[in-house]
Ligand binder design. Structure first.
Ligand code: NAG
Ligand code: NAG
Ligand code: NAG
Length: 359
């Protein structure tokens, strides 16, 4: 979006929040018409910014109605924020979708697998001295944030992201890998209908490697598996963290890690540390597979840095900060992020500058 558009957009946002504040109390003077007028203008700016066009006036009316409802919700939630670091909601590209529609297209429940248990290990490496913060992006081990589009392929992007990370750490090369190959070829996942990281790592191990994004690009559709896909980057094994936050922290200090969360509260997430409003605490209610690429703290709050596949326009340039180091209220961490964390193993080559730096 252009700077001018952004400014205009922000101006409207400020205008709208003032309107909300001044008419917060029920009053027969409440000027409903002018609020609707303003929101309609905001909606048109938003439509332009997102290149969103509707096929007929009925559809536009329906979308405007949803947009209005979402705007009210976003304003309400933002007004309840207790600190500057707490997460914010915003009118992002999902602002014309109802929460029900969003759940349908983005939050299909993930089938967890019982065979994961056999891969669970307690990290036996000494992790007493892990750094206070880690960001694998700064170490050049994370590729660009992608946009899954109208395809629930988050699981495939989580897997390519984890393999990209360990490959960079072990070989020194950052290569963007093919999520499409996983969507098309992994027989145990469901392509654009969803999947889990565990099977897809297994596919890459069994096949002896995965192709690059350049050779086998993303289409956001189910496709037929290319039998001649190259084996450019291989992995040797797959392990699952023991379910504890210490175990996860220890592993993330060594490489990016695939995790699953319930992402129900995240449709309008636009930045800040997310404390788990509206997501499930249950370890079996995951709806999104994503990738932890680091951790840190701000204003006394500890967080994970999570790479998502909903495009760069969502969240903090495509990333989510989610709270860690929380009370027993969250037995599996916020949104059950600790419940099923997995990572690929790649045999270490002796000439890896990054690896020695990380240890
Ligand atoms: C994609 O393929 C999966 C099976 O692998 C199927 O369940 C799903 O319905 C397909 N989705 C579309 C949009 O065709
Ligand atoms: C999300 O949680 C907040 C409180 O944390 C609540 O006020 C709000 O109504 C919830 N939203 C939904 C859609 O359930
Ligand atoms: C968790 O929080 C406590 C303070 O509440 C802090 O002393 C401790 O270092 C934190 N642990 C981690 C792993 O960040």
């Amino acid at each position: 979006m252009s700077l001018k558009m952004t400014k205009l957009f922000l101006l409207f946002l400020v205008l709208v929040s003032f309107t909300c504040l001044s008419f917060a109390f029920p009053s027969d003077k409440l000027d409903r018409f002018s609020w609707e007028e303003e929101v309609l203008q905001l909606f048109q700016v938003w439509q332009k910014e997102h290149g969103r066009e509707y096929s007929n006036p009925e559809e536009k009316g329906k979308r405007f109605h949803i947009f209005q409802r979402n705007l009210r919700y976003i304003n309400e939630m933002n007004a309840k924020r207790k600190s500057g670091t707490q997460h914010r909601l915003g009118l992002n590209k999902f602002a014309d979708m109802s929460p029900e529609e969003f759940a349908e297209t983005h939050l299909k429940e993930i089938e967890m697998l019982s065979n994961m248990e056999s891969r669970k290990i307690q990290d036996d490496d000494d992790c007493g001295n892990h750094p206070v913060s880690v960001d694998w992006r700064e170490k050049g081990a994370v590729t660009e944030v992608r946009d899954q589009g109208e395809c629930q392929s988050h699981w495939a992007f989580s897997v390519t992201g984890a393999i990209e990370g360990i490959n960079k750490i072990v070989t020194g090369d950052l290569v963007t890998l093919s999520a499409q190959e996983l969507v098309d070829c992994d027989p145990a996942s469901h392509g654009c209908a969803g999947g889990f990281y565990f099977n897809a790592f297994g596919y890459v191990i069994d096949k002896g490697g995965i192709d690059t994004e350049a050779n086998y690009p993303y289409t956001a559709k189910n496709g037929s598996c290319r039998v001649n896909a190259n084996k450019v980057v291989s992995i040797d094994n797959l392990l699952v963290v023991d379910g504890t936050e210490e175990g996860l922290l220890c592993r993330v200090s060594k490489q990016p890690v695939s995790v699953s969360i319930d992402a129900t509260g995240l449709q309008f997430y636009s930045g800040g540390v997310y404390g788990g409003d509206n997501c499930s605490k249950n370890s079996r209610s995951a709806t999104l597979v994503c990738l932890i690429v680091g951790y840190g703290s701000v204003g006394g709050e500890d967080y994970w840095i999570v790479k998502n596949s909903w495009g760069k326009e969502w969240g903090e340039n495509g990333y989510l900060l989610i709270k860690r180091n929380v009370s027993e209220e969250w037995p599996y961490g916020v949104c059950a992020i600790n419940a099923a964390a997995g990572y690929p193993i790649k045999e270490v080559s002796s000439s890896s500058p990054l690896l020695s730096a990380a240890i």
